[in-house]
Ligand binder design. Structure first.
Ligand code: NOJ
Length: 558
């Protein structure tokens, strides 16, 4: 049992590790748990307090671990259960907690539940998944899978009219949450993990567990005659019963921290999700993370967003979350492109200045900051020249779908380069040595990608002006400075200003943040006070330089 204080997690600073690309200790080209153990002391110097570990479970890795074939086993490519126990212990010695990724909407098609279910109609696991008869030689309905292309139904091997359902890839069959036996098997598994001494979970795709039970076709929304599966399977009526039960039997008794990947939740539903009696401690809000595309799963729908829209989206999100609960603020994760490329429109500022401006913008919002590995160094997207060079399962789907929608191959490749999840998944640059210090050998599971040689842990660690040291400073300010109380507990209050490209907000009584997200200097009246953070070496009282960002401590501001 963790602390008895219900909201102990509010002070946490989360750091997400994508194990395959963090540190390869045995030189086989794939990052591993021993690599994480090895680098823990370095990560500790950042000041982060909780590590979110992307999946390390047994998996055929079709969706890089989000396709689990055994919930209670570790994928040998990442190490052993003993290694994981050691990581939990070593992290604890440094006062760092570990949270695991929890995938409850689906398993791998290699899970023995699914294997048994498809081999044997009388299998006890048959009702753990969703099977339906097709209609007129077609799948049961016209739902399109979430990865952007093709039906969300696949024929059961050896059958000619029996299909199983999958919101994601066909190797990720959906679990049947309507079945109580399945639900309680999952709760047992969750409690087994909690007993190991982890602090909680990031919960994958959790709003997909309830499907409309009519399984009816919908009006098509693409040239393929299909409609997005999320219209019938994302945050649908009735999901509250499952989420409540899940919480009551697992997270709540353990006082665990939980962060739901809960797409499709409207702001007026937040009370149920993160309110006093909510299902989760926090949920990720994707409204502004996906500002560059019309929907996170359709990369060809690029938008021409403005800073003003981003500002409005942040304000709306913060105010809505503040009304009911606590936020989980992020710029990046393993599904998103690198934030510098996404949010810094002028390529000339995709540098230290731009990276620090973004960092300042997100880090002091009300809620817990989540830092994704490499973000603290300012790692950027990598360009690929052919669709064949991508590893991420959703990249070809998005590429071919864009072509189906009438875009040229060149345009389709641009969409994928801008949005591919590979961008975030390249090996962590530890140094300027071979393979960026990720290992010492000749191979890496995914191509490294060209990048600025100054962007690596070793170089930045020693450079006072580096992005890495800026992150250290931000963490220290949030945790221990004179602004600590305002930044942790203070309300989020938007501050109006007369420009459309400067984002400004206040936290509590004394903290004010100003971020110019444009490549022009902007006239703006700044308050008197102590400048705690500045991404330039000086500051004028009535002007912000291009992409200048500051945190100011003002006295007795009402
Ligand atoms: C969301 C995860 O973050 C993503 O990486 C994965 O592909 C899908 N859920 C399916 O599990």
């Amino acid at each position: 049992m963790l602390s008895t204080n219900n909201n102990w997690w509010k002070k946490e600073i989360f750091y997400q590790i994508y194990p395959a690309s963090f540190k390869d200790s045995n030189n086989d080209g794939i990052g591993d748990i021993r690599g994480i153990i090895q680098e823990l002391p370095k990560i500790h110097t950042l000041g982060i307090t909780t590590i979110w570990l992307s999946p390390v479970y047994q998996s055929p890795m079709v969706d890089n671990g989000y396709d689990i074939s055994d919930y209670k086993a570790i994928n040998p490519m990442f190490g052993t259960m003993k290694d994981l126990d050691e990581l939990i212990q070593k992290a604890k010695d440094l006062n760092i907690k570990i949270i695991m990724d929890l995938v409850l909407n689906h398993t791998s098609n290699q899970h023995y539940w699914f294997q048994d279910a498809i081999k044997n109609p009388n299998s006890p696991y048959r009702n753990f998944y969703i099977f339906k008869e097709g209609k007129n030689n077609l799948p049961p309905n016209n739902w399109r899978s979430n990865f952007g292309k093709g039906s969300s139904w696949t024929l059961v091997p050896g059958e000619n009219n029996l299909y199983y359902h999958h919101v994601f890839s066909k190797q990720q069959p959906d679990l049947n949450w309507e079945n109580k036996e399945l639900r309680f098997a999952l709760y047992d598994m969750i409690n087994w993990w909690l007993k190991k001494g982890i602090a909680g979970f990031r919960i994958d795709a959790i709003t997909f567990i309830k499907k409309d039970q009519d399984f009816a076709s919908i009006t098509p929304d693409g040239n393929d005659g299909l409609g997005k599966v999320k219209r019938k399977a994302e945050n649908r009526p009735g999901i509250n019963v499952f989420l409540n039960e899940l919480n009551e039997h697992t997270f709540k008794p353990a006082n665990a921290v939980t962060i739901g990947e809960a797409s499709g939740v409207q702001y007026d539903q937040l009370d149920k999700f993160i309110g006093k009696k909510g299902y989760f401690s926090m949920i990720f809000d994707f409204h502004y993370a996906d500002i560059d595309v019309r929907s996170g799963s359709e990369w060809y729908h690029q938008t021409n967003w403005t800073v003003q829209e981003l500002n409005e989206a942040i304000i709306k999100s913060q105010l809505a979350i503040q009304k009911y609960g606590w936020g989980a603020n992020f710029l990046e994760n393993h599904d998103q492109p690198r934030s510098i490329n996404k949010y810094i429109k002028d390529p000339a500022y995709r540098n230290k200045v731009g990276a620090k401006a973004l960092a300042t913008l997100f880090f002091f919002l009300r809620g817990c900051p989540f830092i994704y590995q490499g973000q603290e160094l300012g790692v950027q997207n990598a360009q690929r020249t052919s669709i064949k060079q991508f590893n991420d399962i959703s990249s070809p789907d998005n590429y071919y779908r864009a072509i189906e929608e009438g875009f040229s191959a060149k345009e389709a490749l641009k969409f994928v380069n801008d949005r591919s999840r590979d961008n975030a998944r390249l090996p962590y640059p530890w140094s300027n040595e071979i393979n960026d210090g990720f290992n010492t050998g000749h191979k890496t599971w995914i191509g490294l990608g060209k990048h600025n040689p100054q962007i690596n842990w070793h170089t930045e660690d020693k450079d006072e002006t580096s992005i890495l040291n800026f992150y250290r400073a931000m963490i220290q300010i949030r945790q221990t400075s004179s602004l600590n109380d305002d930044l942790l507990n203070g309300d989020f209050i938007p501050i109006k200003n007369s420009t459309s490209s400067v984002i400004t907000y206040q936290r509590g009584q004394h903290a004010q943040v100003f971020v110019n997200l444009s490549s022009q200097a902007k006239q703006i009246q700044l308050p008197l006070g102590k400048v705690l953070l500045n991404n330039y070496s000086d500051l004028k009282s009535e002007e912000l330089l291009p992409y200048q960002a500051v945190l100011i401590e003002v006295k007795n501001h009402g």
